[in-house]
Write a protein that binds this ligand. Structure first.
Ligand code: PMV
Length: 324
């Protein structure tokens, strides 16, 4: 019997964003394309326990009640499908600073799903694993294949890899614009935008156009086009967020300073573009060889709390299995 499994996954940052749900199970209303980041890795150990209760440890400490409930409900989904039996201790460790409020649900649920799949009585392939990870967090579906991955919109999609990490000619620099947790989680945020943002429908249409163009730009390896599309898509998503009532304002003054700085760098010859998720941090996209220069410049922007430079990352993987 398998008693303990260790698995890992990389977080990912979307070039074209998932913002909006088409139905239950984190069915995305928009297609999204992302890059997994090798520097943002989560390792998760899942162990069988006696007694009728799951336990959740996050970064060495018992998780708060909200996280415990959410992870417990996620294990229930696996148990209901007959993919898991019994109770478990989930010990998840982010190998990057989450105290800074960096989103970690993508790597967290992808690593958890990979670990759980080793306990399953039947084999779970990469596509099914991506679907299962999506049930935990929409963006986690994209961390399963890793590299450059695309999650289509629709009722029950899985993410597929567009390019393996070694074939991706660019990387990313994460510039931390604050410490602490974000205000409104993506789940509630998306629902609120669908309910009340006057631009939500326009966003859904634009997301489809951006997806088409992004795939073409990626196929052509046209970095300036990829960067411009990523910035435009990010700005459209934040316009929808801002117009949500009450407004979802994820940016702070450091976010805006960074967004302005990137434009200046570009004018002065550094080919870098910016994207922002449902939080204040700014993620820069640039060619692999420009990563150190982009990171150096980001560090000098006043208010930046930390900078993480990252190459493309790989797929979610099971690292170790213990049996008895
Ligand atoms: O997977 P979630 O529920 O954390 O949603 C991700 C939302 C964004 O990060 C804003 C966009 C994306 O595609 O990752």
């Amino acid at each position: 019997m398998i008693t303990r499994v260790r698995a890992a996954a990389c977080a990912n940052i979307a070039l074209t964003k998932y913002w909006g749900k088409a139905g239950p199970g984190n069915a995305p209303a928009t297609p999204s394309i992302s890059l997994a980041l090798s520097a943002l890795r989560t390792e998760t150990v899942v162990e069988r326990v006696r007694g009728g209760r799951d336990r959740v440890i996050l970064d060495g400490r018992p998780a708060d009640r909200g996280t415990r409930t959410r992870v417990g409900a996620y294990l229930d989904l696996w148990r209901e499908q007959g993919l898991l039996r019994g109770n478990f201790r989930v010990d998840s460790r982010n190998l990057f600073p989450t105290a800074a409020g960096l989103a970690s649900s993508a790597s967290g649920y992808a690593a958890l799903a990979a670990a759980l799949s080793a306990f399953s009585p039947r084999r779970i392939g990469r596509i099914e694993l991506s679907r299962l990870a999506r049930l935990g967090s929409g963006s986690a579906a994209r961390s399963v294949p890793g590299g450059l991955a695309r999650l289509p919109a629709g009722p029950d999609p899985a993410a597929r890899r567009l390019l393996p990490p070694a074939a991706v000619p660019f990387g990313m620099v994460v510039a931390l614009a604050a410490t602490g947790e974000k205000e409104t989680g993506s789940r509630e945020g998306m629902l609120a935008s669908a309910r009340s943002s006057p631009y939500y429908r326009a966003w859904l249409r634009q997301a489809r156009r951006d997806d088409r163009e992004m795939r073409a730009a990626l196929a052509a390896g046209d970095l300036p086009r990829i960067g411009a599309l990523a910035e435009g898509n990010m700005a459209a998503m934040h316009a929808v967020m801002l117009a949500t009532r009450p407004a979802l304002l994820y940016w702070n003054e450091v976010t805006i300073r960074l967004l302005g700085a990137v434009r200046g760098w570009r004018r002065r010859g550094l080919a870098a573009w910016a994207t922002v998720d449902a939080g204040p941090h700014v993620v820069l996209l640039c060619a692999r060889e420009d990563l150190p220069r982009a990171a150096r410049r980001a560090r000098r922007v006043p208010g930046v709390r930390g900078v993480i430079e990252s190459l493309p990352g790989g797929a979610a993987e099971v690292i170790e299995i213990e049996e008895r």
